[in-house]
Each structure stands twice: as structure tokens, then as C-alpha cells.
Design a protein around this ligand. Structure first.
Ligand SMILES: Nc1ncnc2c1ncn2[C@@H]1O[C@H](COP(=O)(O)OP(=O)(O)O)[C@@H](O)[C@H]1O
Ligand SMILES: O=C(O)[C@@H](O)C(=O)COP(=O)(O)O
Length: 425
């Protein structure tokens, strides 16, 4: 297997979002959880997305894991590696986008790296280096209240400069609109001044196509699914990849009981949970009780066993921003987040034990904790439920077939949970 594109995603929902985008552009793609072990049987593919849970961990550990993933991908022939970050640039001043970019840039030997989280299909656009979420700047969007990575600055040149050892420049939309040669010229100017990273504006998919063409001159790029789209289209247009006609896999129906878990506290997920009450039984966990000990997860599983034979269920830890802040001030941000993630993993393990083989998880960190606990080594990409969220078919699972959907907190329509279960047959 010689890869045309190698990808390292800093969380599992982000990885499935990217794997979805690459698949829709005709690249045969597999998503692995961590660096695959040698005995994991992978199909013949054009792209591998290695999923890490490295967005909100200590920067040094994120760097080490990302470098190990890069080494594996390069060893499989990947000439270009995309470091997939969140389309809302989720990170803190201490990292991890900057430190990982610095390390991968050093390994790749690139003088300068193109960076853009733009993903127009989900309303993420970048203009003059400022990230917009829909019609508002990032710092006015619901991301200002994210439990782990609250975003208070929409100027990505500034945000990245605070995290990275290199200076950060800008390739603006006016330059981009003049085409690939103009972008190449601007990058050469910036690199000549010793600038090692450039935020590049992008508003429409056609902007990402130009970015994809230029990015392929380099060995490394950094961005969200949008740059994945640009890279995939450039690979196909240049003839380096023959677009697969089959696209997403289908496979045999899995059936059996179905369940949803929500650990995301994003505005979109809160609305989706409220709407799910119309179509399925919903249990709201008590976050204070989760932190107090394992009894709350046990209570949830007892609640499930009384209902799961009658239809799908949803279990949510999610709270409003005020409640999240209050909980964090009592227990600490990381301790609260970790305890809730582990309780969700306990519940997921219990669900699988009682026969659930169709599982929807909302939230990136939450999905990471759940998938790690279930020890699923990888996924093939199925139908698209909503922009950035595919049905996933687990590979390498010992006890039979399993379908999952890993939803980024911010993604999906108002009826996401029932939309997902409709496609997860
Ligand atoms: N009620 C709550 N109060 C505080 N933190 C919570 C609560 N519910 C979930 N969390 C934590 O908030 C974080 C949500 O992050 P994540 O799962 O990545 O969602 P998103 O995709 O929206 O970023 C996780 O660490 C989760 O454990
Ligand atoms: O790029 C995106 O927005 C998503 O792919 C993503 O990374 C989502 O992260 P979470 O919201 O933490 O799930």
C-alpha cells in the first residue's frame, strides 16, 4: 500500500469528518485509531487518517504522538501529510496546534506551512486571517464557551503566533484570488523573511482548490476538512489518484439495539438533545454525581436495561455554559472533563455488553474516551448523515459488526440523533 495522502487528526470526530470528506472526493480512505498495529488488516487505500486524542493533552505528548503518526504515514509512502485540526481552531495559548506544527515542519523539512481551518460547507470561513463561524467572528460564536478550549480571539495569525516558535504570516484572499502562482510568490516572500507558517484565507470551495494545488508543492499542511477537500481534488485533478467510483462503503445491516451518548456541551448538541426527547427516551446524567463516583454510570445502565428493547435511547451529560462554568469552578476544568468522559466510556462499555451494536456519540473528547474504551482499531466510511459526520463501520472488532457515528459537538442538524439512527441500519 503506497499512500497518496497521510493525515493525522487531533481528535476522533475530526478524523471521521476528514475521512468523510476525502471519501466523498473519491479517495479510498480508512480511519485508524492511533498508529495501526502491524496485524491490523487494512484495505488498499489512497489515504489513511490516523486519529489521535491529542487536542487537549499536554503539548509535549501531543507532539510525540503526532510525530509517531507522521513517521508511520511517511513509511507507507505518504508524500504529503495533513495535520487535521478543528475548523474552529480549538486550542489554548499553550498549544497544541503550534507545537505540533513546529515539530512536523522540522521533520518534513518544509520552509513554510499553509494553515487554514476554513470549511465553508459548515460555515467556517477565514478572511484577513479572521475565522468566522457562520456570520459571526469565532470569539462571538458559541465556541467562546467551549468547556476545554474556549476561543476568545478570532485572529488566527495572533492565535497561532502565541503557540508556535515560528513567526506566522498571512496569505490574504486578494492574493489567493489571483491564483496558485500568486500564492506561491507570497509564500516565497514570507519564507524568505524566515516566517514558517502562513494562515491562508478561504471563503469558498474554489479557494480550497487553489490551496490544495499549492499545498501539494509542500510535504506538510495544517487545517480542517476544507483543506482536505482541496488536497483531494488536487490529487485527483493531477492524476496522482484515480477517483474511486464506489465512494463510501455500504455493507450488511447490523440491526439490534441502538443508543446515543452526548458529552458535548455545544449549542448545536444541546438543541439536538432537546429535539431527541420527541423520538427516544432521554436520560440526563447529573454531572456532580458523576464526579462523586461510579454510581451514576451504574444508574444509567440500569435505566437502559429497562428500556433498550423498546427502542433507541440517549444519555447526555451535557449542560449549559453557566452550569459547565459552575461545575468547573468546583472541581477544575480538566478533572471535571476527564471524570465525565470516563463515565461515558463506562456507559458505552456497558451498552456493548448488553448488545448495542449501533452507537452515536456526540463530542470529540467524549468520542475519544468511548472509542478507546471499546478498543476499536479503525473505521471504514459509510453514508453521510450531516456535513462532516459519516456512518462508520468498525474494522478489526472481535465480537461482530458495529456501526458508529462520531459527531463533532457543533455539527449536524436539529434532528441529528434520529437522522443518524435512520441511516445506521
Ligand atoms: N455537564 C458538564 N459539565 C462540564 N463538562 C462537561 C459536562 N458534560 C461534558 N463535559 C465535558 O466537556 C467536554 C466536551 O468536549 P467534547 O466531547 O470534545 O465536545 P465538543 O465536540 O463539543 O468539543 C468533555 O471533556 C466532557 O467530558
Ligand atoms: O473540524 C471540525 O470542526 C471537526 O472535524 C472537529 O474537529 C470537531 O471537534 P469537536 O467539536 O471537538 O468534536
Amino acid at each position: 500500500m503506497k499512500l497518496s495522502l497521510g493525515c493525522i487528526a487531533d481528535d476522533y470526530t475530526g478524523a471521521s469528518d476528514l475521512a468523510n470528506t476525502l471519501t466523498r472526493q473519491g479517495l479510498r480512505t480508512v480511519q485508524t485509531i492511533g498508529v495501526p498495529s502491524d496485524d491490523l488488516a487494512l484495505p488498499e487505500v489512497d489515504a489513511v487518517v490516523v486519529s489521535l486524542k491529542s487536542r487537549s493533552i499536554e503539548a509535549g505528548v501531543a507532539v510525540d504522538r503526532s510525530r509517531a503518526a507522521e513517521k508511520w504515514l511517511r513509511g507507507r509512502g505518504a508524500g504529503h501529510v495533513l495535520f487535521k485540526i478543528c475548523s474552529t481552531f480549538d486550542s489554548t495559548n499553550a498549544g497544541n496546534i503550534g507545537p505540533v506544527l513546529d515539530a512536523l515542519r522540522a521533520d518534513s523539512g518544509d520552509a513554510i506551512v499553509l494553515v487554514t481551518p476554513a470549511f465553508p460547507e459548515t460555515g467556517r470561513t477565514v478572511y484577513q486571517g479572521n475565522l468566522f463561524v457562520g456570520s459571526v467572528p469565532l470569539n462571538e460564536s458559541p465556541l467562546k464557551d467551549h468547556p476545554l478550549n474556549p476561543m476568545h480571539d478570532s485572529n488566527l495569525v495572533r492565535v497561532l503566533a502565541r503557540q508556535s516558535r515560528t513567526q506566522v504570516g498571512l496569505v490574504d484572499l486578494a492574493t489567493l484570488t489571483r491564483g496558485a502562482e500568486a500564492v506561491r510568490g507570497r509564500l516565497a516572500d514570507l519564507a524568505g523573511k524566515g516566517i514558517g507558517a502562513a494562515i491562508i484565507d478561504a471563503v469558498f470551495d474554489r479557494d480550497l482548490e487553489t490551496i490544495g494545488v499549492v499545498a501539494l508543492d509542500h510535504r506538510l499542511s495544517v487545517g480542517a476538512s476544507g483543506i482536505g477537500l482541496g488536497l483531494a481534488r488536487a490529487l485527483v485533478a493531477s492524476g496522482k489518484v484515480k477517483a474511486a467510483s464506489a465512494g463510501a462503503i455500504s455493507g450488511a445491516a447490523v440491526g439490534g439495539p441502538a443508543a446515543c451518548l452526548a458529552g458535548s456541551c455545544s449549542q448545536a448538541t444541546l438543541t439536538q438533545i432537546a429535539n431527541a426527547e420527541k423520538t427516544m427516551a432521554v436520560l440526563h446524567l447529573d454531572p456532580e454525581q458523576i464526579i462523586a463516583g461510579p454510581a451514576e454510570a451504574r444508574r444509567a445502565l440500569a435505566w437502559v436495561s429497562d428500556r433498550i428493547s423498546s427502542g433507541p435511547i440517549l444519555i447526555a451529560s451535557s449542560s449549559t455554559p453557566d452550569q459547565v462554568t459552575a461545575l468547573q469552578s468546583r472541581h477544575g476544568r480538566d478533572a471535571a472533563g476527564h471524570a465525565i468522559e470516563q463515565a461515558m466510556a463506562d456507559i458505552a462499555e456497558g451498552l456493548v455488553r448488553i448488545g448495542v451494536r449501533r452507537l452515536v456519540v456526540a463530542g470529540g473528547e467524549t468520542s475519544g474516551a468511548v472509542i478507546d474504551r471499546l478498543r476499536i482499531p479503525g473505521f471504514l466510511v459509510g453514508e453521510e448523515i450531516a456535513a462532516g459526520v459519516p456512518v462508520l463501520r468498525a474494522v478489526g472488532v472481535k465480537d461482530g459488526e458495529m456501526l458508529l457515528a462520531l459527531k463533532s459537538g457543533n455539527f449536524g442538524g436539529t434532528e441529528f440523533f434520529s437522522d443518524a439512527l435512520r441511516l445506521m441500519r
